[in-house]
Design a protein around this ligand. Structure first.
Ligand code: SAH
Length: 388
């Protein structure tokens, strides 16, 4: 059977809630997302056909497991049942990387032998809270992050040795400290137990280093498709000054850097900025600069200084951009704006603001980065209207 007609038969779909579209086959999911984006962008610009995946299964390179114990006190791993803090056991998932799921199962099975206790959210006692795994699609590298209530534990060396012996594919293990009573997975402090403390992956022929705290797109295959579209929409000639706003580890800008005169990236997360600078060095990109700042605040400064900006690529989080940022864009008036969005609702809102300020929304294309879920990524091209 064609993967596009295949259904996502998952026994825990209803309780997990992560895959809101599991009742539809993939073809239907794509139609649903296309319609949603068309509806939200109607009146703004035409929407090209959504770019889906050849094989929409096991695409998630970032896998998060919450730990708990069952009625008999045996450790289990899984996800929080939708809207609760009850853990639904999950041994394998249709959208997660299989290697990550296997490593999580191994760790859970090893816990009793190493006398590592699972954290209890109610009593706040216990050691291990979450396991986070990130895998490199092209490099095959695997980063394991153990989130715990202490950076020390007896038998640390033996535990790491046993885990790496069972899974030699693991390239680094990091222990992250989270003692807070919060649903944030990662705390700020960490210590490296094995390997370099980060993982690397490749996108569009460039190599990227990703730290545990840095943002990295969860679907690497589709990320390349997305970035190629963004770069195509940017129509770079080699003469432009490009700003990559909300740049994370610098991935979009660095993938575009061969086609521009100079690149500036701005990003709020300091770890991601450190990775971005390292990524420029790793790829011998010499025309790039990365700044750690709030994108809005940075843009206001650029507007005040009258910085000559030709092309803006922006990729804000789900909440979209803010007025500070967008009004400064309207002061700088770059010729083209490529808006990469993970939320078509805020994209529609922000694009309407830019259109009112003198831009034409030229075209948009949805890219399916998150099969089986309600989420959809969209790239939009806006170009400056010459006669204002
Ligand atoms: N373009 C990158 C990252 C996109 S995710 C990629 O494709 O990988 C959005 C990024 O915006 C995250 O890295 C997040 O840390 C950053 N961010 C969130 N709020 C921000 C703000 N106010 N100013 C600058 N960056 C911000």
């Amino acid at each position: 059977m064609n993967t596009r007609e295949q259904r996502f038969n998952c026994p825990v779909a209803a309780r997990c809630g992560g895959c809101q579209l599991s009742r539809m086959n993939y073809q239907e999911q794509l139609r649903h997302k296309q319609q949603k984006v068309e509806q939200l962008l109607s009146g703004l610009c035409p929407v090209e056909p959504i770019i889906g995946m050849e094989n929409p299964f096991h695409y998630r390179n970032k896998v998060h497991a919450v730990l708990s114990v069952d009625k008999r006190g045996t450790p289990i791993s899984g996800v929080y049942a939708m809207g609760t803090h009850r853990v639904v056991p999950v041994r394998s998932c249709l959208i997660e990387d299989r290697r990550a799921d296997r490593i999580i199962q191994t760790i859970v099975a090893m816990l009793p032998k190493f006398k590592l206790r699972i954290y209890n959210e109610y009593t706040h006692r216990g050691f291990l809270r979450h396991i986070l795994i990130r895998t490199g699609e092209k490099t095959g590298q695997i980063m394991v992050v153990l989130v715990a209530t202490s950076l020390e534990f007896p038998g640390k060396k033996a535990f790491v040795a046993a885990l790496v012996e069972k899974h030699p594919e693991i390239t680094t293990i990091v222990l992250n400290l989270n003692q807070r009573e919060t649903s944030m997975v990662l705390g700020k402090k960490e210590t490296i137990l094995y390997g370099p403390g980060f993982m690397e992956d490749e996108l569009c022929g460039k190599r990227f280093r990703i730290s545990p705290q840095s943002f990295y797109q969860v679907n690497a295959k589709q990320t390349e498709v997305l970035y190629r579209k963004a770069i195509e929409y940017a129509s770079l000639t080699g003469r432009e000054t490009l700003l990559d706003a909300y740049c994370g580890t610098g991935t979009i800008g660095l993938c575009a850097s061969d086609g521009v005169k100079s690149l500036i990236g701005v990003e709020l997360n300091a770890d991601a900025v450190r990775d971005a600078k390292e990524n420029a060095r790793l790829n011998t990109v010499t025309n790039a600069k990365f700044v750690c700042d709030d994108a809005g605040r940075f843009m206001v400064k650029m507007a005040r200084d009258g910085f000559p900006l030709d092309v803006l690529i922006m990729d804000p989080p789900r909440a979209g951009s803010d007025e500070k940022f967008l009004s400064s864009v309207l002061t700088l008036m770059p010729e083209r704006i490529v808006y990469v969005s993970c939320n078509p609702e805020t994209l529609a809102r922000d694009a309407a603001f830019l259109v009112k300020g003198g831009y034409k929304a030229v075209k948009a294309v949805p890219v399916d980065m998150f099969p089986c879920t309600e989420h959809v990524e969209t790239v939009m091209l806006l170009s400056r209207q010459e006669a204002r």
